[in-house]
Design a protein around this ligand. Structure first.
Ligand code: 8YV
Length: 328
């Protein structure tokens, strides 16, 4: 008798090659239309599934997990950040959680660098000028931005993406400063020419560019609070490709509007996909729809990781990207 394949519910449309393999390996229930699932649909999914594959758009909170059926043993997240999953509840219900680290590091660091350049050199404004038909030709004082070569970059969170950003920043002539829960190994500091600041407050006051690259956890919620944002220099800019919740978005918006901070590049927002309407009016904010890791190569690699995590788990082994192990 052949063993029954595990039921894997995938909440969003994934690259075709991944979906094909998913169907070969498992009893996969796919979301071909790609419409984000409602709370009720998520509840129905966790009742039945052996494995759930959510993304950042699915809130897998205690209320959803309360309905998890006895078969649900793995949440194989498509993405690195797992702040949308209630990990404690998952663990206590015996559900293991995996993610997809590493494969989106370089793409996200590229996008962070792109935002630093876009804000400093006013790329989006220039593009808008042309498309609106308002460009009257070259002028010596037209669209003046700020040079980034020789400026100071402060990285909040020196994990994989923070380090990948630091490598790029060095090439652009920025000096690298960072704040992290723990100081990184001296060899890494040396490689990146990075200066450690134990005090985030002091680093904020010292640098020209702040980049948010830490995960969103209860400890980092509004880490960049109104008080801390006020420590930044008026010419400084902030970019965030991590999670919107780490920055007090209303405070940032006010300060951008009042010129207390020179600019911001945001790929993530506190209440995605909602964007503070006041931000939309600001010329000095470059706004992107959470596309930091959105490359075809990255998405396929993320999908491969999900497949490997599920396969190793259902075969009775420890999945390579285990965030927490379900305890029963
Ligand atoms: C992903 C991300 O696109 O992996 C992450 O944590 O923020 C994004 O780059 C998204 O999370 C996929 O679920």
């Amino acid at each position: 008798m052949t063993k029954k394949k595990p039921l894997v519910v995938v909440t969003r449309k994934l690259p075709e090659a991944i979906e094909t393999r998913m169907m070969e390996l498992f009893d996969a229930r796919l979301n071909i239309d790609d419409a984000p699932m409602s709370k009720q649909e998520l509840i129905d999914a966790v009742k039945e599934a052996d494995v759930l594959v959510p993304t950042v758009t699915d809130k897998i909170d205690a209320a959803v997990l309360a309905h998890a059926g006895p078969n649900l043993r793995l949440i194989a997240n498509f993405g690195t950040g797992v702040d949308h999953v209630d990990l404690q509840t998952a663990r206590s219900r015996g559900i293991t959680v995996t993610n997809t680290p590493d494969v989106l590091t370089e793409d996200t660091a590229d996008m962070t660098m792109a935002l630093i350049l876009s804000v400093s050199r006013r790329l989006a404004e220039g593009e808008r000028l042309i498309r609106k038909g308002e460009w009257g030709g070259w002028g010596p004082t037209l669209m003046l931005g700020h040079r980034i070569w020789g400026k100071r970059l402060g990285i909040v969170g020196m994990g994989r993406i923070g380090r990948a950003l630091a490598r790029r920043a060095k090439g652009f002539g920025l000096s690298v400063h960072y704040h992290n829960r723990r100081r990184v190994h001296p060899d890494i500091e040396e490689e990146l020419d990075a200066t450690y600041w134990e005090s985030l407050d002091q680093m904020l006051a010292h640098v020209d560019v702040i980049s948010v690259n830490c995960p969103h956890t209860p400890a980092t919620y509004h880490l960049l609070s109104a008080r801390r944002l006020k420590l930044m220099q008026p010419h400084a800019i902030l970019v965030n490709t991590a999670r919107g919740e780490i920055v007090d978005e209303p405070a940032l918006t006010r300060m951008l509007a009042d010129g207390e901070i020179a600019g911001a590049g945001l790929d993530v927002f506190e209440h995605e996909p909602a964007v503070n309407p006041k931000l939309l009016e600001l010329q000095n904010a470059v706004l992107l729809p959470h596309m930091g890791s959105a490359t075809i190569e990255g998405r396929v690699d993320m999908g491969e990781k999900v497949l490997i995590n599920i396969k190793t788990f259902v075969d009775g082994h420890t999945p390579p990207d285990r965030v927490i192990e379900g305890l029963l």
